[in-house]
Write a protein that binds this ligand. Structure first.
Ligand SMILES: CC(=O)SCCNC(=O)CCNC(=O)[C@H](O)C(C)(C)COP(=O)(O)OP(=O)(O)OC[C@H]1O[C@@H](n2cnc3c(N)ncnc32)[C@H](O)[C@@H]1OP(=O)(O)O
Ligand SMILES: O=C([O-])CC(=O)C(=O)O
Ligand SMILES: [Mg+2]
Length: 291
């Protein structure tokens, strides 16, 4: 069963206080950041802190991701050196473009390193290359869209309603779905605007993202709620699946439920809702059988 990734919490890699309690916030994944939230002077100490933390603390209920520094930076080599010895789930490669994704995946393959890669698409060129980036290696499992850097590169305004990201958002979702990889939306950076966060997260879900990045623990509950199926959705999905089982016995491919047509795409949607409900612990044993 693939992992559930509704929420991913960024934590600056030079903040021992925030890192100690990283697994109490209910985020599905944490992203320990060595890149833009850590100043140049603090990069070495962040790498040391990361090694110490992961040698002492075992995070069992949360996926652990580390955002490294970009390919062009002097810290890239130093990060790879440290990451090779760490037991983490994913490396997040920022400013992902063809050269950097090829370089990182080749190196990881050459040291037979078991950790996989998530790419951070946040340049205009990265958006245009996204299908090929995801297709570079089986090590690339999914992507995150980075709206802040992308808007700098695009020289556009960064608004709360995000019209400026529409092309990039739909393009990265399409590429990820075409290749069966996961796809995570950019963070909403006003930590005091829960209505804005809710609207932005609902929109991300509506257009196909699996989850959304966050920068503050106060954002996690809202994001998880949007990406978790509601009780009535689960009940409707159960009824579709029960009706499908009955229709199959009767040899019917299409049937009507409450006056609405049900055929294969609607059944697949119901099965997907049940799969997410199952991964979030909302079903009783035996209620969902993923095959
Ligand atoms: C564009 C990008 O690249 S985004 C990714 C990189 N950016 C980041 O990683 C930023 C991460 N977030 C943060 O550093 C902070 O949340 C900020 C700067 C945005 C806001 O800081 P504050 O206003 O101090 O946050 P707030 O008042 O909500 O903090 C409340 C508590 O949550 C903790 N907290 C805040 N953010 C985080 C976080 N991301 N992870 C873990 N704990 C956190 C604080 O330490 C504080 O704990 P305390 O009560 O024990 O002192
Ligand atoms: O990782 C993210 O989603 C945030 C980020 O770097 C950006 O928006 O530039
Ligand atoms: Mg960025």
């Amino acid at each position: 069963m693939s992992k559930i990734r509704r929420s991913m919490l960024f934590i600056p890699g030079n903040t021992p206080g925030m890192l100690q309690s990283a697994d109490v916030f209910d985020a599905d994944s944490i992203i320990i950041d060595l890149e833009d939230s850590v100043s140049v002077d603090e990069k070495d100490s962040a790498r040391i802190l990361l090694e110490q933390l992961l040698s002492k603390v075992q995070f069992t209920d949360v996926e652990v991701i580390v955002r490294m520094n970009p390919f062009e930076s002097t810290d890239y080599e130093k990060d790879i050196e440290v990451l090779q010895s760490l037991d983490i789930d994913l490396i997040l490669l920022p400013k992902a473009e063809q050269d950097s994704v090829s370089d990182l995946t080749k190196r990881l393959e050459s040291f037979k390193y078991k950790t996989d890669v998530m790419i951070l698409v946040e340049t205009a060129l990265g958006v245009e290359q996204v299908f090929d980036l995801l297709n570079t290696s089986v090590k690339v499992k999914g992507l995150m869209l980075g709206g802040e850097d992308l808007c700098v590169d695009l020289n556009c305004e960064r608004t709360k309603t995000g019209e400026e990201l529409l092309y990039a958002r739909t393009r990265v979702v399409n590429a990820a779905r075409a290749l069966k990889k996961f796809v995570i939306d950019t963070p909403f950076t006003d930590t005091n605007d829960d209505i804005g966060l809710t609207n932005d997260t609902r929109f991300a879900k509506k257009i196909g993202f699996d989850g959304k990045a966050s920068i503050n623990p106060r954002q996690i509950e809202t994001i998880n709620k949007v990406f978790t199926p509601k009780e009535d959705e689960i009940n409707d999905a159960k009824r579709v699946i029960e009706a499908k089982d009955q229709a199959l016995k009767e040899g019917k491919g299409v049937f009507s439920l409450d006056g609405k047509m049900v055929d294969l795409p609607i059944i697949k949607r119901a099965e997907r809702i049940m799969a997410v409900a199952s991964k979030t612990g909302l079903l009783k044993e035996g209620e969902h059988n993923e095959n």
